[in-house]
Ligand binder design. Structure first.
Ligand code: NDP
Length: 460
C-alpha cells in the first residue's frame, strides 16, 4: 500500500480510537493515531476512571458512620481533597503511560497534534504544519461537555474542571439530571459539600425505569442532597467569592460553585468534515451505518462522536468491529440493543434491557417482579437506605426483558445478570438458579409473585 503514508489514520486516542488502532495494527495495517490532549481519552483521563476513584472517596464517609454499629470507634477522621487529587493524578498518569506503551507496543505511531481532514485521503497536522495521507481515516474524537449559555455561565465549571479543583467548595449546585449530574452530586455530598441538584424536568434520570428514578431521588435526598426539579438557571452572578444563581422562577441560590452536567456534544466541529462531505446530523453527531462507515466510503467514525450509545465499552466494541470489518475482511456490526450499564450514583444503579414503561408500550401487559428491602449490612449500621430490584418479564414467552436495580454493588451484579438477559433467559431460568446466600443479589432468583397489573389495581 505504498500509495499512502498509512493504511489507517485515527483521529483521537480515546477508548474507541485506541482499540481500533491496535486491532488494525494487529491485522498488519500501518497505523498512526493523532491526539491533541492526552492518550486515553475522556474515560481514562477525565471521565469514568477518575470519577470512580472519587466515588470510592465519597463512600468512606458513610463507611465511617456505619462502623459504629459494628463496634468500631473511628476517631479523628478527616478528609483532604488535595491528597485525593494528587493520588488520582498519579493513577491517571500511570494509566496514560500504559495506553501509550500499549499503542507503541502494537506498532501504532502516536502523533501529538490536532488533525484536520483535508480531503478523503489527506490529513493536515496543525501544529506540525504538514500533511499525511491514509487509505482509511477513523474519527474517534469523542464529545465535550455542553454548557447552558445563560448570562454568567463562564463562572460555572463542567466535569472537566471538577477533576482539578484547587479547593473543595463548601457549597455546589450541579445542573442536569443525567448520569454525570447524579454521580457528581453523590460525590460532592459524600465529601461533605452542601450539594444541590438542579434539573429542568419532573424527575431525574429520564429514560431509566421509573422505580429507579424515584428511588434514587428519595435516597439522594435522605443522604442530604437537595434536589430542585422543573427549573433552570436564568443567570449566574459573581459576588466576591460567592455565586448567585437566579433560577427560572426568580428564586436565587447562593453557592460557591456551579457545575453543568447537561449532556455532551459530539466533537465533530473543526475537523474538516464539511470539506470532504462527511454527513453530520443536526445534533452534531457523525452519521454512520451499522459498520461505522460515514457517508464517505473510506472514512469511519466510532464512539461518542457518533452519539449512538455514549459509553466506553460500546466505543471499544465499535472500534474493534471497525478493525475487524476493514482490516480482517470480516464484517462485524455492533448490537446496540441490549447494553448493561451502571450509574455510580449513591446508591448505585445497575440496569439492563427495557424499562417497565417501554415494556408496557411495546407489549401491553407485562409481568413485574419487584423487591424493596433494607440491605443486611444496615440492620447493624442502622442506616435508613433501601435497595430495590425489579425484573420485567414478557407474559407469553417468559423472557426477561429488563432488570433494574439500585443499591450497593448494583454495577457489579448487573454485569453478570446482563449475560443472562443477553442470552434471552426466561424468568423460569432465573428461578431455577440456586440463590447465593446471604447476598442482596439472591433476590433476583427468589422473587416469586408478580406485582398486580395496573388495570387490576384500577379495578380494586
Ligand atoms: P445525559 O444525557 O445523561 O443527561 C443530560 C441531562 O442534562 C439530562 O438530565 C437533560 O435533561 C439535561 N439537559 C440537557 N440540556 C439541558 C439544558 N440546556 N438545560 C438544562 N438541562 C439540560 O448527559 P450527561 O452529561 O450526564 O452524560 C453524558 C453521557 O456520558 C451520558 O449520556 C452517558 O452516556 C455517559 N456517561 C456514562 C456514565 C456511566 O456509564 N456511568 C457516567 C457518566 C457519563 P432532559 O432529561 O430533560 O433531557
Amino acid at each position: 500500500m505504498a500509495d499512502y503514508d498509512y493504511d489507517l489514520f485515527t483521529i483521537g486516542a480515546g477508548s474507541g480510537g485506541v482499540r481500533a488502532s491496535r486491532m488494525a495494527a494487529s491485522h498488519g495495517a500501518k497505523v498512526a493515531v493523532a491526539e491533541e490532549y492526552r492518550v486515553g481519552g475522556t474515560c481514562v483521563i477525565r471521565g469514568c476512571v477518575p470519577k470512580k476513584l472519587f466515588v470510592y472517596a465519597s463512600h468512606v464517609h458513610e463507611e465511617i458512620e456505619d462502623a459504629a454499629g459494628f463496634g468500631w470507634t473511628v476517631e479523628g477522621a478527616r478528609f483532604d481533597w488535595k491528597t485525593l487529587i494528587a493520588n488520582k493524578d498519579q493513577e491517571i498518569d500511570r494509566l496514560n503511560g500504559i495506553y501509550i506503551r500499549n499503542l507503541a507496543g502494537s506498532g501504532v505511531e502516536i502523533i501529538e497534534d490536532r488533525a484536520i481532514i483535508k480531503d478523503k485521503h489527506t490529513i493536515h497536522l496543525v501544529n506540525q504544519n504538514r500533511d499525511v495521507t491514509a487509505k482509511y481515516i477513523l474519527i474517534a474524537t469523542g464529545a465535550t461537555p455542553n454548557v447552558h449559555e445563560v448570562p454568567g455561565h463562564e463562572h460555572a465549571i463542567t466535569s472537566n474542571e471538577a477533576f482539578h479543583l484547587e479547593e473543595l467548595p463548601k457549597r455546589i449546585v450541579v445542573a442536569g439530571g443525567g448520569y454525570i449530574s447524579v454521580e457528581f452530586a453523590g460525590i460532592f455530598n459524600g465529601l461533605g459539600v452542601e450539594t444541590t441538584l438542579l434539573y429542568r424536568g419532573e424527575e431525574i434520570l429520564r429514560g431509566f425505569d421509573d422505580d429507579l428514578r424515584t428511588t434514587l431521588h428519595t435516597e439522594m435526598e435522605k443522604k442530604g442532597v437537595r434536589i430542585i426539579t422543573g427549573k433552570v438557571f436564568d443567570r449566574i452572578d459573581k459576588s466576591g467569592d460567592e455565586l448567585h444563581a437566579t433560577l427560572s422562577d426568580g428564586s436565587v441560590l447562593e453557592t460557591d460553585a456551579i457545575m453543568f452536567a447537561i449532556g455532551r456534544n459530539p466533537n465533530s466541529q473543526g475537523l474538516g468534515l464539511e470539506t470532504v462531505g462527511v454527513e453530520v446530523l443536526p445534533n452534531g453527531a457523525i452519521a454512520v451505518d451499522a459498520y461505522s462507515k460515514t457517508s464517505i466510503d473510506n472514512i469511519y467514525a466510532v464512539g461518542d462522536v457518533t452519539n449512538r450509545a455514549n459509553l466506553t465499552p460500546v466505543a471499544i466494541r465499535e472500534g474493534a468491529a471497525f478493525a475487524e470489518t476493514v482490516f480482517n475482511n470480516n464484517p462485524v456490526a455492533v448490537d446496540h440493543s441490549i447494553i448493561p450499564t451502571a450509574v455510580f450514583s449513591s446508591p448505585e444503579i445497575g440496569t439492563v434491557g427495557i424499562s417497565e414503561a417501554e415494556a408496557r408500550k411495546a407489549f401491553g401487559r407485562v409481568d413485574i417482579y419487584k423487591s424493596t428491602f433494607r440491605a443486611m449490612k444496615h440492620t447493624l449500621s442502622g442506616r435508613d437506605e433501601k435497595t430495590m430490584m425489579k425484573i420485567i418479564v414478557h407474559p407469553q414467552t417468559d423472557r426477561v426483558l429488563g432488570v433494574h436495580m439500585i443499591g450497593p454493588a448494583s454495577g457489579e451484579i448487573i454485569q453478570a445478570v446482563g449475560i443472562a438477559v443477553q442470552m434471552g433467559a426466561t424468568k423460569a431460568q432465573f428461578d431455577a438458579t440456586v440463590a447465593v446466600h446471604p447476598t442482596a443479589a439472591e433476590e433476583l432468583v427468589t422473587m416469586k409473585t408478580p406485582e398486580p397489573q395496573p388495570d387490576a389495581i384500577a379495578a380494586d
